[in-house]
Design a protein around this ligand. Structure first.
Ligand code: F6P
Length: 354
């Protein structure tokens, strides 16, 4: 057997841990030959690949990013390098030339959608769910999310000391795209007083009222806002548009916008920190190293068992798999009755909805 592995979309802590686990499991349990495809699907169009063996994956478990490189614009079915043309046949030629029997694709919803199309073309595929956003359907967790939450929590711990020392309102803006998981879990872990999520449109007046009540008690306020949060009746704050990207909108800036709205309404000074790509960088947490290793091992078991067209998933504490077509192009949002949302409300965290 000859198996290809690629990492698609944005980088994320734990990618290397998956590459390592897939490679070692396949070599040890099936004797397969393993090839790493470089820069996501782009490697299939540019002949970018390298052999992966035990030496190639040694020492990468705790390394951030991906040793294979990645690309968040390359969809061979709408290739940015060819004016949006379908060049998937060229990618399939590369697969045939390399003699690859199946592909393990590590990525988020966009990458899973592309993987599903290759499966339909006859290339056997297994998907592994990656994203700091934790927004893939059919899996309770994606690897990378725990690491991002830990970074947000640490940032809030640090911002809290300035908030207390200066009696300020400190706003931290997290990533997460259209889902509020990072802001919710990071905000709760970091003791935020206000958590604003894409799923709960907020009222500036309600946030200001909460801050004022705290001012009157002599308390500073720590606000954790998701980049996809929007005011009631308002729109998303878009930082830039990348025309040839499968998901062209890049969110960001709503924290700064909120600061401008709050300043005239409060006695305290307001400051904003945009956490940005810091949330995606560096070493994975121990939890993510374990999850990524479990996912990688499970992906190898699917390959070994000939179970293709599926994505590895965590349901409860069980590693299982689901058909790729159930995942492709869908987003898992925070439900209003999520237990952590209820706990947040229960302990007096304001969600900005009144
Ligand atoms: O999907 C992961 C993510 O980090 C999102 O949270 C964020 O909106 C986006 O990617 C940023 O993308 P880029 O790296 O292209 O700026």
């Amino acid at each position: 057997m000859h198996i290809g592995i690629l990492t698609g979309g944005g980088d994320c802590p734990g990618l290397n841990a998956v590459i390592r686990a897939v490679t070692l499991s396949l070599i040890n349990e099936t004797g397969a030959r393993v090839t790493g495809i470089e820069r996501g699907f782009l490697g299939l169009l540019t002949d970018g690949h390298r052999p992966l063996d035990t030496a190639a994956v040694a020492g990468i478990l705790a390394e951030g990013g991906t040793i294979l490189g990645t690309h968040n614009k390359c969809d061979p079915f709408h290739y940015f390098g060819a004016g949006g043309a379908d060049v998937s046949a060229q990618a399939m030629d590369c697969v045939r030339r390399l003699g690859i029997d199946a592909l393990v694709v590590i990525g988020g919803d966009g990458t899973m959608a592309i993987a599903h199309k290759f499966q339909a073309l006859g290339l056997p595929v297994v998907g592994v769910p990656k994203t700091i956003d934790n927004d893939l359907v059919c899996t309770d967790r994606t690897f990378g999310f725990d690491s991002a939450v830990a970074i947000v929590a640490e940032a809030l711990d640090r911002l809290a000391t300035t908030a207390r020392s200066h009696g300020r309102v400190m706003i931290a803006e997290t990533m997460g795209r259209y889902a509020g998981w990072i802001a919710l879990e990071g905000g709760m872990a970091g003791g935020a007083d206000v958590i604003l999520l894409p799923e709960v449109p907020f009222s500036v007046e309600a946030v200001a009222a909460h801050c004022r009540a705290r001012e009157q008690r002599g308390q500073p306020t720590l606000v954790c806002i998701a980049e996809g949060a929007k005011p009631q009746g308002g729109a998303l704050t878009v930082q830039r548009t990348i025309a040839d990207s499968p998901d062209p909108l890049r969110l960001g800036g709503v924290g700064q916008w909120l600061q401008q709205q709050l300043e005239p309404l409060l006695a305290s000074e307001v400051r904003t920190t945009l956490l940005g790509h810091v949330q995606r960088g560096g070493a994975p947490t121990a939890f993510d190293r374990i999850l990524a290793t479990r996912f990688g091992y499970h992906a190898a078991q699917l390959v070994k068992g000939g179970q293709f067209g599926r994505m590895v998933a965590l349901q409860g504490d069980v590693c299982t798999s689901v058909p790729l077509d159930q995942v492709a192009g869908r987003c898992r949002n925070v439900p209003p009755d999520d237990l952590l949302v209820l706990a947040a409300r229960g302990i007096g965290v304001a969600l900005g909805d009144g």
